[in-house]
Ligand binder design. Structure first.
Ligand code: ZN
Ligand code: FE
Length: 256
């Protein structure tokens, strides 16, 4: 199989800087803070070969400048001037080879959390920033419920075994909400037990998979009768379309 591994570097309280590495090189996704990356590269004697940015928020790009000051590497990211360090601006469907690693990445434009949010898909992996989380989705800071629904629907069509590398460790809180939104979903109970065991050992609950998200994530399950019913109950009117259901449960989660 692949001669690389993906390592989570922790930043701030709950961010992950996903690091694709082999024996001598590394590429980092969403380095919100340079310090953990610099420490890791030094400790493991790795050379940085690329930075990937999913969206412009500081907790995802804040470390770009300090990393580039030490090593000039290509920065792959969206068409958005709010990330001035990006050297390779990517549009939907655009493919590129991850430098050094023989991994072809495809760009997916997935607006919703922010308007220019992108994901990187390749090598059986999805780096989806703050759009899709394990059992949850990002807040709608710049996008509409329809955009988020379309973005999540696209991600859900990726192969079931795609490993999903999310930007934050939000899984337990998301499961708590998901259980309220879909009380009859037994998979959520199983997942909660797994996640609790991992967190008790201070281990990440990620990556998830697309199959797991389709089975447990309420924001991917907006056509399930149980989710429609609980969203309708909260809205105090019958909701019919998936976008309205998503909007309602997103608002519910914001206030949960
Ligand atoms: Zn964000
Ligand atoms: Fe974030």
């Amino acid at each position: 199989m692949a001669d690389f591994e993906v390592v989570p570097l922790r930043a701030f309280s709950d961010n992950y800087i996903w690091t694709i590495r082999d024996a001598g090189h590394a590429a980092v996704v969403d380095p919100g803070d340079a310090a953990p990356v610099i420490d890791y590269l030094a400790r493991e004697k790795l050379t940085l070969v690329a930075i990937l940015n999913t969206h412009h928020h500081a907790d995802h790009v804040g470390g770009n400048a300090a990393l580039l000051a030490r090593t000039r590497v290509p920065v792959f990211g969206p068409h958005d001037d709010r990330i001035p360090e990006v050297t390779e601006r990517l549009a939907d469907g655009q493919r590129f080879m991850l430098p050094h690693f023989n991994i072809e990445m495809e760009t997916l434009e997935i607006p919703g959390h922010t308007r220019s949010h992108i994901a990187f898909h390749g090598g059986g992996m999805l780096f989806c920033g703050d759009t899709l989380f394990a059992a949850g989705c990002g807040r709608l800071f710049e996008g509409t419920p329809r955009q988020m629904h379309d973005s999540l629907t696209r991600l859900a069509r990726l192969p079931d075994d795609t490993r999903v590398y999310c930007g934050h460790e939000y899984t337990l809180a998301n499961i708590k909400f998901a259980r309220a939104a879909e009380p009859g979903n037994g998979r959520l109970l199983e997942l909660e037990q797994q996640a609790q065991a991992l967190r008790a050992q201070d281990q990440p609950t990620l990556p998830s998979t697309i199959a797991q998200e389709k089975a447990t994530n309420p924001f991917l399950r907006v056509t399930e009768p149980a989710i429609i019913d609980s969203a309708s109950a909260r809205a105090a009117k019958k909701l019919f379309d998936p976008v309205s259901v998503l909007a309602e449960i997103r608002d519910w989660k914001n206030n949960f």
